[in-house]
Write a protein that binds this ligand. Structure first.
Ligand code: SAH
Ligand code: SF4
Length: 392
C-alpha cells in the first residue's frame, strides 16, 4: 500500500529559514558557509573569505557591492544567499557624562542593551550583554528581575560591537585614535551560562585582521560559575572579573544566590586555577557598596584577607539604584573609609565612578522590556503575526 503525505499544510506553516548573516560568523564558519553555498570553490575559499572578512570587519560594510575586489558574480551570488544585516536600534540615549546606551532589537521580543562608556582605561569601554534577561537573581541587580528570555548568539553579541562602531564612526578599523578599545561583559546576563557564544563572539571581534580588540582589553564578569572558569580562560584568554560583593557565605548566599551552589571557598579555589593569572593579568573583584549591608570596615579587612595571594584588583561599585530596588548606596564617607582600608593593603584607586546613571545605563541597571513569551506567541511574532496572548 502506498501512502501519500499531504505536506501542503506543514509547508505553509513553516517560515523559510532566515538567510545567514555573514557578519556574525567566525572565520572558519565564514569559509565553510561560502563553500557550502557553492559561492566559492574550495581551493579559493581561504582567499575569498579573507577578502570578505576584511570588508566586514575592517571597513564595516553592510553591502556586498562595496566589496570591490571581489568578482561581481561572486558578490551577486553572496547577495542571493546571505545578508550583512545589523540588528535594529530601537532606542539610543546619551547621558550627561557622554555614556551612550543602545537598545538593540534582534527579533520581535528579543532586545538587549549595550552601553559605551568613554574615557575609561586608555580610551572607551563597551559594556555588552550576553543574554536577554538572566536566570540568576542577585537581589541588587535590575537585570535579575527579568526572567531569562534566551541566550544571545555569537552573531548577536558581535553585532553589539558593530552597531557601536557604526554609531561612533569607527570604520575602517584603526589601531590608533579609536574610542572603543575595551570590551566588558557586564551588561545583561551571565556570560558563563553562554560560554560557547561568548567565545565565538570574542574570536570575531578580537581578530587582528578585523576589529582587532585585544583579548587583554576584554573582561568577562561572572557571578561565579566555578565549573566554567577554566574553560573561559582557555577558550578566550579574556581578563576575569568576579562579582564577589560579600566575604562570608551567609551574606553572599543572600546577595548572589548562586553562592549556595558554589560557595566562597570553592569560588576562590576556582579563581586560583584561572589560566595565565599573574601580576600582569589580575582578577578584578567587584564589590557593590550597599548601605548597612556589606560596607563596614570589618568587611573591608575580611575582603583583603580573602584575596591574599591572588593577583587581584578591587573595584568598589557604588550601588546604582533602579525603580523598586531594595537597597541604598553606601554613604560616600563609608565608601571612602572602606576604600582606604583596601588601598592600604596595596589595591590602588578601587572606587568605580558610576557612569550613565541618569539614563539607567550604569552597572546593574540594565533591563529590557523583553518578557518571556510563550513559544507559540514568539513563533507568531516571528512570522509577523500579532500574538494571541499577552506575554506571560
Ligand atoms: N552577570 C555577570 C555580568 C553582568 S553584571 C555578573 O554578575 O558578574 C555586571 C556587574 O554589575 C556585576 O559585578 C554586578 O554584580 C554589578 N551590579 C549588578 N547590579 C548592580 C547595581 N544595582 N549597582 C551596581 N552594580 C551592580
Ligand atoms: Fe545576573 Fe549578573 Fe545581574 Fe546577578 S548581577 S542577576 S548574574 S546579570
Amino acid at each position: 500500500m502506498s501512502v501519500t503525505l499531504d505536506l501542503s499544510r506543514a509547508q505553509k506553516a513553516a517560515a523559510p529559514p532566515a538567510p545567514v548573516n555573514l557578519t556574525g560568523l567566525t572565520r572558519a564558519q565564514l569559509q565553510a558557509a561560502l563553500v557550502e553555498a557553492g559561492v566559492v570553490a574550495p581551493d579559493k575559499a581561504r582567499m575569498r573569505s579573507n577578502q570578505v572578512w576584511r570588508w566586514m570587519h575592517v571597513y564595516g560594510v553592510t553591502d556586498f557591492d562595496r566589496m570591490t575586489d571581489v568578482a561581481k558574480d561572486v558578490r551577486a551570488a553572496m547577495a542571493d544567499r546571505f545578508v550583512l544585516n545589523r540588528p535594529q536600534i530601537v532606542e539610543r540615549q546619551e547621558s550627561r557624562d557622554g555614556t551612550t546606551k543602545w537598545l538593540v532589537r534582534y527579533a520581535p521580543g528579543i532586545e538587549a542593551e549595550t552601553v559605551f562608556i568613554p574615557d575609561v582605561a586608555r580610551s572607551g569601554a563597551l559594556c555588552v550583554s550576553s543574554q536577554v534577561g538572566c536566570t540568576l537573581n542577585c537581589t541588587f541587580c535590575h537585570t535579575g528581575t527579568q526572567a531569562l528570555v534566551r541566550n544571545l548568539t555569537a552573531a548577536e553579541i558581535a553585532a553589539q560591537v558593530q552597531v557601536a562602531r557604526d554609531d561612533l564612526g569607527e570604520w575602517p578599523t584603526s589601531p590608533d585614535n579609536r574610542r572603543l578599545t575595551n570590551i566588558v561583559f557586564m551588561g545583561m546576563g551571565e556570560p558563563l551560562y553562554n560560554l560557547d557564544n561568548v567565545a565565538d563572539a570574542l574570536d570575531i571581534v578580537s581578530d587582528n585582521e578585523g576589529m582587532s580588540i585585544s583579548r587583554r582589553r576584554t573582561t568577562v564578569s561572572t557571578s561565579g560559575v566555578v565549573p566554567q572558569l577554566k574553560a573561559l580562560g582557555e577558550r578566550t584568554g579574556a581578563m576575569l572579573a568576579i562579582s564577589l560583593h560579600a566575604t562570608n557565605d551567609a551574606l553572599r548566599d543572600e546577595l548572589v544566590p548562586l553562592n549556595r551552589k558554589y560557595p566562597i571557598a570553592e569560588l576562590m579555589a576556582g579563581i586560583r586555577q584561572y589560566p595565565g593569572l599573574s601580576n600582569a593579568k589580575r582578577v578584578t573583584f567587584e564589590y557593590v557598596m550597599l548601605k548597612g549591608i556589606n560596607d563596614s570596615p570589618a568587611e573591608a579587612r575580611a575582603l583583603v584577607r580573602l584575596l591574599a595571594g591572588i593577583p587581584a584588583k578591587i573595584n568598589l561599585i557604588p550601588f546604582n539604584p533602579w525603580p523598586g530596588s531594595p537597597y541604598e548606596c553606601s554613604d560616600w564617607g563609608t565608601i571612602e573609609r572602606f576604600a582606604a582600608i583596601v588601598n592600604k593593603a596595596g589595591y590602588a584607586s578601587p572606587i568605580r565612578t558610576p557612569r550613565g546613571r541618569d539614563i539607567l545605563a550604569a552597572c546593574g541597571q540594565l533591563k529590557s522590556e523583553s518578557e518571556k513569551l510563550r513559544a507559540s506567541a514568539r513563533r507568531q511574532l516571528e512570522g509577523g503575526q500579532v500574538p494571541e496572548q499577552a506575554p506571560e
